[in-house]
Write a protein that binds this ligand. Sequence first.
Ligand code: 0PR
Length: 382
Amino acid sequence: MMYTFPERGLSEEMVTDLLREMRGRDCSYDHLLSTMCTRPHPVAVRAYTMFLETNLGDPGLFPGTAEIERRVVGILGSLLGCSDAAGYISTGGTESNIQAIRAARNSSGRRDGNIVVPRSAHFSFDKIADLLNLEVRKAELDDMLRVDVGDVERLIDERTVCLVGIAGTTEFGQVDPIEDLAELAIENNIPLHVDAAFGGFVLPFLDRNYHWDFRVDGVQSITIDPHKMGMSPIPAGGLIFRSSDPVRRLETETYYLTVARQASLTGTRSGAAAAATYAVIMHLGTDGYRRVVRRCMEMTEHLVSEARAMGVEPVIEPVMNVVALKIDDPPGVRRALLERGWHVSMTREPKALRLILMPHMTEENLDLFLDDMKDVISSTRS
Ligand code: 0PR
């Protein structure tokens, strides 16, 4: 198939028909248990469209939008235990992680450094190794799939420019021992970055209290993504620093813009994500997010108890709304579930079936899924 630039434009109806056909081929969130994104909140969608033409790359032209971004950074900072935080709204977890590590690398003054990350770190850290010319040292996990702090300590040397802990691992939703990592960071005078791309909008709203954010001394920066559990439209990421000093290490001079310096990775960047995030946070409040997270956790508990009734155990007791189930032949089960219309995913080590209970899941759809999973699992056994 060859696609060409049309000589004469089509009517808007024809274009809409073309779009509708393609959009119809996409999967519906109703059947997705493999994604960490969700349908954005309608309030966020309306805010997004209101700010479509804004550009935070030249914030002097959009002072209102820039003020919204400052407010969101402030709100996320205080959610994470720091009332005068700095940072910006990025395109997602990958950009936030890149920039957090870049800030740490630049502060160190080294160009031949390394970072120590848990083996469970998201693949964005492999991109970072490539982009920033850093060696990424991967520390082993304990039997609860949290990073082994002794192994982190062993991997630190004079070239280490940053330590990374994860609050909500991509595959298992586990939280690393951030306090122990922070102690190591302080002892060695290295910053600690916490990747809470997923967990950032979950942990503060759980009944159980984890110590993982700016309330822990030594945590320099946190990745927290509104486009995952924050219910904002894609692309909305958060990069929050305890102070503005590391942000300055990211700045370049901008000559002809309305501001003299720019710290973001991208130049031209939409203010829509910041506006959408602000809108949904102001609309839901702590109360609303607690309700969202409680529902996801209730579905998680229901799924685990139904799995147990099928004789299937989770790899770890779920901390958040991510479940990994120990089953025989995860690829086969995944395929069979896909034939029934369900998208699930798998973990690498140990190999397990991975299910994420996002806000778009309903109790009714979860029960339909569980019926299918029961059939599939019993047929793999017979
Ligand atoms: N850090 C953690 C802990 C993550 O889980 C993720 C993404 C990132 C960083 C990177 O974030 P961005 O993808 O926003 O750059 N975790 C999921 C993953 O890659 C994201 C995802 C979303 C996966 C939707 C599938 C999907 O359908 O596995």
